[in-house]
Design a protein around this ligand. Sequence first.
Ligand SMILES: [Zn+2]
Length: 125
Amino acid sequence: MENLRTNNPELESINVNSGRRPDERTEEEKVAGKQIDPHADGRAVDVSRINGFPVEGLEKAEGPGADKAKRAAENMVEQAKKDPNVNQVIGPNGGWNRKGKDWEPIEDAKLLNDHKDHYHINVYR
Ligand SMILES: [Zn+2]
């Protein structure tokens, strides 16, 4: 989590609304090879607020601190993508999976739509 602040002096605070959650797979799903939710695996965080502003609608936010929060959010995504431990970033402006040295845009519409109100940052083990 400290890494989220690296090189992002305008990021004053974040609200993590989901860190670790229980593994909700059934035994059958485990046997069938369903992958564990990265949150249950302790590999992902969801960020729902940046500098006090809700991520949902941040693009249209106005008033004191709004532009700073927008820059901090953009920078958080850029910094996360520079971090070699991060393998997936999804937020209101799109999602990306790491493919070697590159980032491949996520095209799954439902997955993208599920991330309009938070940033999901996922790391390798
Ligand atoms: Zn998530």
